[in-house]
Design a protein around this ligand. Structure first.
Ligand code: TYD
Length: 134
């Protein structure tokens, strides 16, 4: 199974400003079927708190900063995202939460499937049991 990892994106620096981009199956290892974004998060709030059975994600801090906390069923990993020229690849079956949103932060999330409630595992203990084949 693919591992979570930070992926650097192309970055064109210019006197007129900077530009970055993402191509499916090139910079990220999946085809993009859906994009959503999380914004105007009140201080101290957390998002996520679930895993996906099949969906993969790529998360970019387009503006501001936040932490993505992943759990693979054994250990927890924390990634601080605060630049728009890299992002975090999250494979399927990872518990993930997003927290520590800065004021005006904008989290862009690309994923390889349509929204489907049946894709979600929302109970951590169920996720861990599933990971360990119980
Ligand atoms: P939710 O899963 O609670 O967000 P988060 O995982 O960030 O805490 O989603 C909030 C609401 O938005 C929920 O009613 C489902 C809906 N939603 C969609 O309709 N389409 C989507 O692509 C996403 C991500 C959520």
């Amino acid at each position: 199974m693919e591992a979570p990892r930070i992926i650097q994106l192309p970055k064109f620096l210019d006197d007129r400003g900077n530009l970055s981009f993402i191509e499916e199956n090139n910079h990220i290892p999946f085809k993009i079927e859906r994009t959503y974004w999380i914004y105007d998060v009140p201080g101290g709030e957390r998002r996520g708190g679930h895993a996906y059975l099949n969906l993969q994600e790529f998360i970019v801090a387009i503006s501001g900063s936040f932490d993505v906390v992943l759990h693979d069923g054994v250990k927890e990993m924390r990634y601080s995202l605060n630049r728009s020229y890299y992002g975090l690849y999250v494979p399927k079956m990872m518990w993930r939460e997003i927290e520590n949103f800065s004021t005006n932060s904008l989290a862009l999330i690309l994923t390889n499937g349509k929204y489907d409630v049946n894709e979600y595992i929302r109970v951590f203990d169920q996720f861990v049991s599933c990971k360990h084949g119980r």
